[in-house]
Design a protein around this ligand. Structure first.
Ligand code: HEC
Ligand code: HEC
Ligand code: HEC
Ligand code: HEC
Ligand code: HEC
Ligand code: HEC
Length: 504
């Protein structure tokens, strides 16, 4: 028997209409977003997720549905034993085709509106601080929380992390997509690794808001400490920090920001990932002379190594925590005692608080339980009378410790002050003393300055919170270490005794 060959268009199937509409709507979204990407101002890696992941995804789904519709039609024809030649021709005489054409046009119109509207909304959403900090909630929580407590809480993440320019734009796009996959595959490291290698040079980020010419003069910084004795005895040190800059009277470049000013240039090599060990420093003076300092206690770098990075010292080498500062518990407790959010009348509260904050907890819930009951248990056992007479103070101290924990400790990400060096001082981490340590010296044996008054003057110090009770002098005092340790502080780095165990 002779079977006739039927000719039929593939566009008859309803699924072909759905696929085609999705394909077109995705394509339209892609074109619109690409236009915004190239003309718009804001720079954001996550934004490109919409352009380069979501829009192509819609296009692919549309195309996939279309392929499925072909397969369904061929299979149905085979089943019926028909001999069909499918083609892609437009066939107004075919009623099945016409019905589907109306479906397709209607759907496309609706989808283009919906997809472009929600696409641009998603686009706006990814641009916001909330998205960066909260979408990848657990991953970014430590940075997001500390950011909201920082002086930069109103500066959008992208201002420091990406900044303007084409090459960083492209890098950031790739990075955003990589981060998305790391997050969904749960393959990110805990804690997130620092330093951030693709951070833009500070000249292009920080200096767009703080240009070095702004720096001048001194800044008074007051520190009140509480000892780990029963009385939580206070000790105050007020420093006049020599911010520096151009001296308005002499025009000389001096003070802490000297490294960054005018023609001065300092370069260094670090031998560890976190840039804590610096065996080699090169200073290029304003007159173009080069001075090389080396640290004989450390292994010298291998200059043959092609991976070796000679880094230009910039803002981020001191201000590496401008926006994500994980305050050490001792410092946080000192501040709380000063502000009386923890009462110094509670015996040994400084030490008891430190022990609770510094303990290892598997997650936040366990930490809350331990800190919530810790002080009551301690005073109940060791000071039963205080536990009763000072119940209100113990409750308040408990709340304060919990708040300190929540702002600075992130057990799910293994992130706190112990893995986040702060280079802005020399007390908690070596910071300035990575170079200004009395060992780093040039060929003639001159060391990089270590005198305590190079960077600050101690203008008041002593065992009280009250300025009137203290020894003070605006021309600077010789440092008196709060605990009698002879001259050890002259020979050793502060961090050799003030380590993370003691809460710093
Ligand atoms: C004032 C500038 C600034 C702002 C604003 C800022 N950051 Fe950072 N951020 C930094 C610097 C500088 C580092 C690098 C520290 C390093 O490399 O040692 C950093 C590091 C990070 C890191 C790496 C982990 C770490 O703790 O070092 C993450 C993640 C991060 N930032 C996320 C964010 C998010 C999310 C926001 C917005 C909620 C944000 N940042 C806002 C300056 C900033
Ligand atoms: C978009 C503008 C902007 C950018 C970019 C920016 N900052 Fe700031 N910065 C500010 C503002 C605003 C303040 C708050 C000033 C105030 O509170 O008096 C501030 C404050 C500071 C302070 C003083 C903090 C304090 O405790 O008083 C430091 C230090 C600082 N920024 C360093 C940096 C560094 C380092 C970078 C680059 C990583 C940077 N900033 C990038 C706007 C910016
Ligand atoms: C050698 C280390 C070092 C470098 C490099 C450095 N700073 Fe600072 N900066 C400091 C110190 C230390 C302070 C005082 C901090 C304090 O005691 O609050 C400070 C203070 C500041 C302040 C606050 C000034 C004030 O009057 O309160 C700003 C803003 C600032 N730095 C921005 C920058 C920027 C931007 C750069 C890069 C151009 C930079 N710093 C480079 C160490 C440095
Ligand atoms: C990478 C090494 C390095 C680090 C880290 C470093 N410095 Fe320096 N610093 C130098 C060199 C080199 C000089 C020039 C030699 C000298 O004056 O002894 C210098 C000079 C100075 C001066 C003298 C400027 C003048 O008036 O002549 C001050 C003040 C200073 N640094 C402060 C700091 C502070 C504060 C920190 C930490 C926040 C710091 N430095 C961290 C390398 C470093
Ligand atoms: C190279 C610069 C530099 C030198 C040298 C230096 N300091 Fe400092 N010191 C700093 C900076 C920067 C800070 C942070 C200022 C602040 O608290 O904001 C600091 C902070 C301190 C603090 C307060 C610590 C805290 O965070 O509670 C003390 C105390 C102190 N210095 C004592 C000394 C003594 C004693 C010497 C001499 C052995 C000395 N410093 C030498 C730069 C220096
Ligand atoms: C040999 C060890 C040692 C060295 C080195 C050392 N300290 Fe201390 N420091 C101590 C001891 C011990 C205490 C008492 C701790 C206590 O009361 O619980 C102390 C207490 C302090 C305190 C009172 C705050 C507190 O938490 O108790 C300050 C401030 C301080 N030292 C500053 C410094 C500075 C700045 C340097 C570096 C120039 C330094 N120390 C070097 C051992 C040291």
């Amino acid at each position: 028997m002779h079977r006739s060959v039927i000719r039929r268009t593939l566009f008859r199937h309803p699924l072909a209409a759905v696929g085609g509409a999705l394909f077109l709507a995705g394509g339209a979204l892609f074109v619109v977003l690409l236009m915004i990407e190239f003309t718009g101002g804001g720079e954001n890696p996550y934004r490109s997720l919409v352009t380069f992941v979501i829009a192509p995804f819609i296009i692919t789904v549309g195309f996939g549905l279309f392929l499925i519709s072909i397969w369904l039609q061929i299979r149905a024809a085979r089943k019926r034993g028909e001999e069909v030649r499918f083609n892609l021709s437009i066939d107004p005489s075919d009623s099945g085709y016409m019905k589907n054409l109306r479906r397709f046009l209607g759907l496309t119109a609706a989808l283009v509106v919906i997809v472009i509207y929600s696409g641009t909304k998603a686009y706006e959403a990814t641009d916001s601080v909330t998205f960066c900090g909260e979408t990848c909630h657990v991953v970014m929580e430590p940075q997001s929380v500390t950011y909201h407590n920082s002086p930069h809480a109103r500066v959008p993440c992208v201002e420091c992390h990406i900044g303007p320019g084409a090459s960083f734009w492209v890098k950031a796009k790739f990075d955003g997509v990589r981060q998305l996959f790391a997050t969904s595959l749960n393959s990110f490291s805990r804690p997130i690794e620092t330093p951030v290698h693709n951070l833009r040079p500070a000249q292009e980020t920080c200096e767009s808001c703080h240009w070095p010419r702004q720096f001048y003069g001194e800044k008074m910084v007051a520190h009140t400490y509480y000892r780990t004795d029963e009385e939580n005895s206070p000790w105050t040190i007020n420093l006049l920090v020599k911010i520096g800059g151009g001296n308005p009277r002499t025009g000389k470049l001096e003070g802490i920001h000297w490294h960054m000013l005018g023609e001065n240039r300092v370069e260094y090599v670090a031998t560890d990932e976190k840039r804590q060990y610096i065996p080699w420093v090169r200073q290029i003076t304003a007159s173009g002379d080069t001075i090389i300092y080396t640290n004989s206690d450390l292994e010298q770098p291998d200059f043959e190594d092609p991976e070796l990075e000679i880094r230009k010292f910039d803002c981020m080498d001191c201000h590496n925590r401008p926006s994500h500062l994980f305050t050490p518990p001792a410092t946080a407790i000192n501040l709380a005692l000063s502000a009386r959010r923890i009462s110094p009348d509670l015996p040994y509260i400084r030490q008891a608080g430190l022990d609770l904050l510094n303990a290892e907890y598997a997650d936040r819930e366990i930490a809350h339980e331990a800190i919530g009951s810790g002080l009551h248990i301690y005073y109940g056992e060791d000071y039963p009378e205080t536990a009763v007479s000072h119940k209100a103070q113990i409750d308040e101290a408990t709340q304060t410790l919990t708040a300190i924990y929540d702002e600075n400790f992130f057990p799910e990400m293994n992130t706190d002050y112990r893995v986040r060096e702060n280079n802005l001082s020399h007390f908690v981490n070596d910071g300035c003393f990575r170079c200004h340590d009395g060992v780093m010296s040039d060929a003639e044996g001159n060391t990089i300055s270590t005198d305590c008054s190079t960077c600050h003057l101690i203008v008041a110090q002593g065992p009280s919170e009250n300025l009137d009770d203290l020894e003070s002098s605006l021309s600077g005092l010789d440092f008196q270490h709060p605990e009698d340790i002879d001259e050890a502080w002259k020979e050793m780095k502060c961090t050799e005794c003030h380590d993370s165990e003691s809460g710093y």
